[in-house]
Design a protein. Structure first.
Length: 327
């Protein structure tokens, strides 16, 4: 299995930060002053308008839901337009929970944790790790949970271009947060040295494993919901370089509406043999992909990549160049 180059397609980061941060902030204050029901009354028409006008995001949602249903039967029926609208509404509802989690208004006691014992053991030993995450569920609850755990220090790599304004909003809501957001456009040698120092001090570094970087064009193919897709190699290269364990983590709502934080050790040590380097990276990406598939089979509307995920790198003439769902 060989690495592939991503080229000539609309990149997710170029679709813009159209999450309308100011509008999100206004909606957050509507919730704070009037409660969740008035918030939803205001929110649903906005989401419906966005759903009706953003055909690229709508088609991407349908493609994902169709592949998920074919792979796991998670929905129990053939997806249609109602399911894509429900998908958009689930994302909008999660945006509110992100803000509530960071501001401390979301009750952390409602969070159930599965599989985090390994990370807690590493923290007690003063060892760090790389945590690969997807754009799935409420990642901010993972951050808040990390803050609550004494000695568990989390550094989150975020994309400078598309997330800067949203992350500034999160930091305004909780300026005392101990979770360190590291904004980057690419992982260069200087960034790698910074992260090596963090891990050496027993800290954890979280990095997205489901979006191709802007400038680092190397990817590996791995099957996801029945078809090959390009995956970034950054988490696996970093874990191998820093000689530390590799974990996957996400926080999604279950059928009962309860948030469940799930963590799983993908590898105690990541090894990338020189002669089989690309094949090894692809195997780790496939492992993460399978982990995501199992997660989404239980929470089908928690996937928040509203762009042509499987077509990254392929020419896509005529597709709109905007998508308001990247966070």
């Amino acid at each position: 299995m060989a690495a592939s180059k991503v080229a000539s397609a609309p990149h997710w980061a170029n679709l813009g930060e159209n999450t309308f941060v100011a509008g999100i902030q206004v909606m957050f204050w509507v919730h704070r002053v009037l409660g969740r029901l008035p918030f939803l009354v205001c929110l649903y028409p906005i989401v419906f308008f966005y759903w009706a006008t953003q055909s690229l995001a709508r088609r991407s949602s349908l493609e994902y839901l169709q592949r998920l249903e074919a792979a796991s039967g998670a929905l129990g029926h053939a997806p249609g337009w109602r399911d894509t609208l429900a998908h958009f509404l689930a994302f909008a509802d999660t945006i509110l929970d992100k803000l509530l989690a960071v501001s401390g208004a979301l009750d952390g006691r409602a969070l159930r944790i599965e599989g985090e014992a390994g990370l807690q053991a590493l923290a007690k030993e003063g060892r760090g790790a790389i945590i690969v995450m997807g754009h799935v569920g409420c990642m901010e609850l993972c951050r808040v949970n990390a803050e609550r755990q004494r000695g568990l220090r989390l550094n989150v790599l975020v994309h400078t271009i598309h997330a800067e304004r949203f992350n500034r909003l999160l930091q305004r809501l909780n300026p005392d947060s101990q979770v360190h957001l590291i904004q980057v456009s690419e992982v260069n040698p200087a960034t790698a040295m910074l992260l090596a120092d963090k891990v050496a001090q027993g800290e954890f570094v979280a990095i997205a494993g489901d979006r191709v970087p802007v400038r680092q064009s190397m990817t590996v193919p791995a099957d996801f919901l029945g078809e090959s897709a390009p995956w970034p190699v950054g988490p696996y290269v970093l874990a191998a370089l820093l000689k530390c364990p590799l974990y996957a983590m996400a926080c999604v709502r279950n059928a009962g509406g309860e948030y469940v934080l799930q963590a799983s050790c993908l590898a105690e040590q990541v090894t990338l043999p020189r002669r089989e380097r690309q094949e090894a990276m692809a195997a780790y990406a496939q492992q993460f992909s399978h982990w995501l598939e199992a997660l989404l089979a239980q929470a089908p509307l928690a996937w928040f990549n509203f762009f042509p995920f499987w077509q990254q790198g392929a020419p896509s003439p005529g597709l709109e160049q905007h998508d308001g769902t990247h966070h």
